[in-house]
Ligand binder design. Sequence first.
Ligand code: NDP
Ligand code: MG
Length: 402
Amino acid sequence: MSQTVCILGATGSIGQSTLKVLAEHPEKYTVYAVTANSRIDELVAICKQFKPKIAVVPTELVDHLAQLLKQHQLQQIEILADEAGLIAAASHPEVDVVMAAIVGAAGLLPTLAAVKAGKRVLLANKEALVMSGDIMLQAARQHQALLLPVDSEHNAIFQCLPQNYLQLERENYQPKQGVSQILLTASGGPFLNFSIEQLQTVTPAQACKHPNWSMGQKISVDSATLMNKGLELIEACHLFSISEHFVTVVIHPQSIIHSMVQYVDGSTLAQMGNPDMCTPIAHALAWPNRISAPVPTLDVFSHQHLNFEQPDLQRFPALTLARQAMRSGGTAPAILNAANEIAVAAFLAQKIPFTAIPEVVDFSLNHIAITSADDLDTILDADTSARRAAQQYIATQRGGLA
Ligand code: NDP
Ligand code: MG
């Protein structure tokens, strides 16, 4: 039987890669709902090709979308609006699988809605898990949702862990089943070998030009600061119920190994492949089975050198900030994430230099009381306060106009 899919963030980089995989398997999957925030023409093109039942956009784009759909004789597609529309699509009774690929905190409530509706949730939106950690995992257990990692590193770790690892009870964040350590790989981004002086003058265009991956702007900047790896460290701790002591970040500039798991008997398992998100997307869609993905098989003979280095925490302090936030727990990861979102947006708008991004995050973490994060409201309040603090820092300390 064909499975129905809702793609939250269909117009983005992950959304488009998901559609590429689904297009290879029309007999297995039907696109039921798609969502966009601004790229309306891309959304219409998706509607033309996949004929979903539901499309979700912000209220101000509803009329425009309705007109365009009518022009293409697609008026039967139901248009929903705003966060309520995203939540309705993600938890729709007809939907089996939800791809969570909205960028940033905006994806939290729709992703959580999919989890609470017991869906198979393919998690790309790492910020949602960083913010809500325990709440999201508890909801997944309670509502029997299957939360599968799409982030390439976490998907690789998942592939290298014992089969039933995710289903096991949590054991105080200790590794289990003979696992001793997770090696989380990082390409190091476009500025891996830049000096601190050089980092001070890099531009948004340079930061968005990743050497190995083609991605949305926000995650590209996060990769350049290594905050992406920091967010992924937190993501790994939650997904695999493991304390941050057991997660080591390894710079691997070729992005051929997507992460590794080490075992107590001396084994190190790695997952390798060409850097293309279609592979982890196909894996998460079909798990525990396998389906084809539009990615060439890795030609090992063309990769004679695979290098591994320690990250430089002096030049890339974001990694330390994220590790500290995970150690602090409670609302600290949500504060880290929110301040980072504001700082990245300010950098992309050329209001602050690249090196100010971790400064903004550090300031916010130090100026907001970190509390336990037992409910969603506390997390959303921390998110709001952190955004305010970050904006205040940018306006006052950095002379920017946040
Ligand atoms: P993009 O910026 O390419 O796409 C983001 C998507 O989210 C778009 O569909 C966008 O709509 C939508 N969106 C943006 N803001 C909002 C909002 N406020 N409300 C509703 N929808 C919104 O990002 P990516 O695809 O690169 O990344 C998506 C997520 O996946 C991120 O969390 C990222 O960290 C994660 N990820 C991405 C990887 C990659 O290779 N790209 C790898 C691993 C994880 P529109 O385009 O119409 O404005
Ligand atoms: Mg990743």
